[in-house]
Design a protein around this ligand. Structure first.
Ligand code: UN1
Length: 511
């Protein structure tokens, strides 16, 4: 295995040139957009300006694609185990810088430092895992139906992967997409979220220091409407892998569909935890508090519904209300803080509007329901962890993704009803069931219609070596993470070698 420690100053990143400015990385160089425009980046915990990010144009995307195209021509011929050596170096560098990147992540995105460390760990795990794929990338060898003929399938790279990633997991999701793309022999053009350019910069610096040949990873900052659309429309970008809102995902799919371009879309969720009457309620409360309010509810996998058997509804509510006070709010860099801010003011406003909608719909507020302003928190974007009860499936708060620390309790009287309620939403990412009954657990595993199911654990916590994604409105059938993600970044090629020395005709000559 290649040495895991990076050569000092292997890259061209300049602390001076890049100070306070988040630049594009195109063809191995850190460059400002041709637009000359920058927008500020804020710390969501206190409103402090962290720096400014270049706002790219279609021209920048074209330059990135041009560089990617040249680089991919040679990269596809590099043996995959050799490509993987770069990924091992990336994994080692991520490991060395885990704490530093986690701190940047918390400052920029808001999640508490322990969660930020966990997120960087997710990227480390993915890098080691995908580096291993360099020696697998399995295809099949199968018997031919004809004599003296050999048949096999191999994975081949597609070309240029366009990645559009969100702010809520700015390095984990970028790792889920860029690492399989690269190990499979593609080049990458990456547009990270405007809110989290510093983490993107850290990640690309690592690729640079690992010695990845120039042009293979290109970072283009900017808006979805300019940079994102230019990527989707560019004829030389062969696929788009996107994680974000349904609204944007649908637009991407329509535009890309007209060009017959592959898209891998990972969008919203309305994830539920079901608590049956035989559940360990304290364990269920642990799972719910973590999954509903961790990352301030800003995970695609966050719990936003609790489906509880009416026999234990009151007991569960009491325990939740008793424990919700443990969730201290504040700047995520403070190790004692449990819940950080939400990403920005408009998210804060939208969460508050949903709470108002819940009240208007007749749901009963059990806890929270307000913007937190005391102790200087008004400088940041803090929303109190919020629980509604007496919610019914037809209410908007039970159907729409809120993407904030708000959870709704719906009561049911059987497992069958719980499954029906769980499945009665337009999304299908994650679901969980707490029960002590193995028969009912297996029934739920079979009938919950989401892409991820947990038994006796909350709805978050997906591991990187399994497929990540959802059904119905959550996705379009593709998966991030795990071996399954290779299907996004490769084409299948079926190869037949006839060594009979004569013309043999399949389906005709064998019977
Ligand atoms: C997301 O919210 O988009 O399972 C990703 C989890 C994390 C990943 C979440 N490992 O919650």
């Amino acid at each position: 295995m290649a040495e895991l420690v990076a050569k000092k100053n292997a890259g061209t990143f300049s602390e001076e040139k890049n100070k306070g400015k988040y630049l594009n990385y195109i063809n191995g160089e850190w460059v400002e957009s041709s637009s000359g425009k920058f927008v500020p980046v804020f710390n969501p915990a206190n409103g402090e300006v962290l720096g400014e990010v270049t706002q790219s144009t279609e021209e920048d995307v074209n330059r990135a694609v041009k560089a990617a195209k040249v680089a991919q021509k040679s990269w596809r011929l590099v043996p995959a185990p050799e490509r993987a050596e770069f990924l091992y170096k990336v994994a080692g560098l991520l490991k060395d810088r885990k704490e530093q990147i986690a701190r940047v992540l918390t400052s920029e995105m808001g999640k508490v430092i322990d969660e930020a460390r966990g997120e960087v760990q997710e990227a480390i795990d993915m890098a080691f895992y995908m580096a291993g794929e360099g020696r697998r990338l399995f295809g099949d060898t199968v018997p031919s139906e004809l004599r003296n003929k050999f048949a096999m399938s191999v994975r081949v790279p597609i070309g240029i992967a366009g990645l559009i990633t969100p702010w809520n997991f700015p390095i984990a999701i970028a790792s889920w997409k860029s690492l399989p793309a690269l190990v499979a022999g593609n080049a990458v053009v990456w547009k990270p979220a405007t809110e989290t350019p510093a983490v993107a910069q850290e990640f690309v610096r690592i690729y640079e220091e690992a010695g990845l040949p120039k042009g293979l990873i290109n970072l283009v900052h900017g808006s979805g409407s300019v940079v994102g659309n230019a990527m989707v429309d560019h004829p030389d970008i062969d696929l788009i892998s996107f994680t974000g809102s349904n609204e944007v995902g649908k637009q991407i799919n329509e535009r890309a569909g007209a060009l017959l371009k592959r898209t891998s879309l990972e969008m919203g969720g309305k994830n539920a935890v079901t608590v049956l009457e035989d559940a360990d309620l304290d364990l269920a409360v642990d799972g719910i508090l973590w999954s509903a309010f961790g990352t301030s509810g800003q995970r695609c996998t966050a719990t936003s519904r609790i489906i509880v058997h009416d026999k234990v509804k009151e007991a569960l509510e009491r325990k939740l209300v008793d424990r919700i006070g443990e969730l201290t709010l504040g700047n995520g860099l403070d190790e004692t803080v449990k819940v950080g801010p939400v990403i920005n003011r408009s998210a804060l406003k939208q969460i508050d509007e949903y709470v108002q909608i819940g009240k208007d719909e007749g749901a009963k507020l059990l806890a929270g329901g307000y913007i937190v302003t005391e102790n200087g928190l008004d400088r940041g974007n803090f929303y109190a962890p919020t629980i509604f009860t007496n919610v019914t499936s037809d209410m908007r708060i039970a159907k729409e993704e809120i993407f904030g620390p708000v959870v709704s309790i719906i009561s049911v009287s059987s497992l069958e009803e719980a499954i029906k309620v769980n499945n009665d939403v337009e999304f299908g990412l994650s679901s969980a069931i707490f029960t002590a009954d193995v028969n009912r657990a297996f029934q739920a595993m079979r009938d919950l219609d989401t892409g991820i199911v947990y038994v006796n654990a909350g709805t978050t916590g997906a591991e990187i070596h399994l497929p990540f994604g959802g059904t119905k409105g959550t996705g379009n059938g593709h998966r991030d993470s795990g071996e399954a993600s290779l299907d996004v970044y490769t084409e299948w090629k079926s190869i037949y070698v006839d060594y009979s020395g004569k013309l043999q005709r399949a389906q005709i000559d064998n019977y």
